[in-house]
Design a protein around this ligand. Structure first.
Ligand SMILES: [Zn+2]
Length: 358
């Protein structure tokens, strides 16, 4: 049974290259920001925020110093209220999907979400074919009891971290999670993807997510919300958090300086699969002691699963970990029970507008 309780991808994480005390970094002002919803068509918070902003003039998301655009990322999946129709759009923003040339007849045969990835990229690229949006905010929901959290690439610069940290002052329940390249890749793609990924530019499309359409950005993930439904409180909270992000970007553009700061982040260690029998049929559920306890420490020996015959299966790892995405519905089809992270502090250097560089 113990062998079922292993974490995949237990690779050593690279240290965050920001731990340089006393340094000041400089950043360009943000000229354009895009908010996407419906990347997963059954995560309705983002779907309806974006739909309503598209319908109205959406003055509340405009700020004086930059332009805000909104986009419904996966209209077909949204219409059908499913996560995706052919393949997960949130894994398709890759050089091989976006830049490989194909005949228009071949293009029509491509999975819908790859066609959509190409459409989105051409819609949001600049004249030179490069990314045209300075900051991207992608809206998601999880069925896990996570509260609101920002997900960003592990290779992120100081700007998104400062934004996230400022939002935490107003909403202390917000957490920050890093996503390392390839972290969730095996969910919807086969192993070949990793091989190809090694040849991809390391920073341009770190995770293949819709988020990577922007030069920088993060995902706003909120849970718990069942797929295909809305929750008014969560909808309103998402709105407040998004307005907060827009406000702090505006302040930065107007000269606000971010001081050096120590920020708590959750770094992914891997995923834990459900115990399964020789036919790959799961044999246990998340333990009731663990269910709903996202971000709470899980110690070696703590209850992890409860088998269908009533036996408790403990966590057998050697270190305390912080689980997240416990019982996430979208991962169930891949026998993934939860993701585990480690909690760390990173020092983010002071950040000023490039125009104020001496
Ligand atoms: Zn999602």
């Amino acid at each position: 049974m113990e062998k079922c309780v292993t974490a995949e991808h237990m690779t050593t994480l690279l240290p965050v290259k920001m731990d340089v005390c006393g340094q000041v970094k400089y950043h360009d002002p943000v000229h354009s920001l895009c908010i996407s919803g419906g990347t997963h068509g059954n995560e309705l918070n983002g779907v309806y925020l974006v739909k309503n902003w598209l319908k109205s003039e959406a003055r509340e998301i405009q700020r004086n110093s930059f332009r805000t655009q909104v986009v419904l990322a996966n209209p077909r999946a949204t219409e059908q209220c499913v996560r995706f129709t052919d393949v997960d759009l949130n894994r398709q923003i890759t050089p091989e999907n976006l830049f490989s040339s194909s005949e228009s007849s071949e293009e029509k045969c491509l999975p819908y979400e790859i066609q959509r990835a190409r459409e989105l990229y051409s819609q949001f690229q600049d004249e030179s074919g490069e990314k045209g949006v300075d900051f991207w905010l992608d809206l998601h929901n999880t069925t896990a009891n996570t509260g609101p959290f920002f997900i960003m690439s592990q290779t992120v610069g100081p700007f998104p971290l400062h934004l996230a940290s400022h939002l935490q002052m107003k909403f202390p329940e917000i957490r920050i999670m890093f996503l390392k390249p390839g972290n969730f890749e095996r969910l919807h793609l086969d192993g070949d993807q990793d091989k190809e990924r090694k040849h991809a530019p390391p920073l341009k499309f770190p995770t293949g997510g819709v988020l990577d359409m922007g030069k920088e950005g993060f995902t706003l993930e909120m849970g718990p919300l069942a797929n295909g439904i809305l929750n008014a409180s969560m909808f309103n909270l998402a709105k407040e958090i998004i307005y907060g992000v827009l406000d702090i970007v505006e302040e930065f553009n107007n000269g606000k300086e971010f001081k050096e700061k120590e920020i708590e982040v959750f770094k992914p260690l891997g995923i834990i699969h459900y115990p399964a029998d020789e036919n790959s049929e799961i044999t246990a559920m998340i333990s009731p002691d663990l269910d709903g306890k996202d971000w709470k420490p899980l110690h070696p020996g703590d209850s992890l699963f409860l088998s269908f015959s009533g036996e408790t299966i403990p966590y057998t790892g050697h270190d305390v970990v912080w689980p997240v995405f416990i019982n996430e519905a979208a991962y169930f089809r891949n026998n993934i029970a939860l993701s585990i992270t480690t909690k760390e502090k990173v020092t983010v250097p002071a950040l000023k507008l490039k125009a104020n560089q001496p």
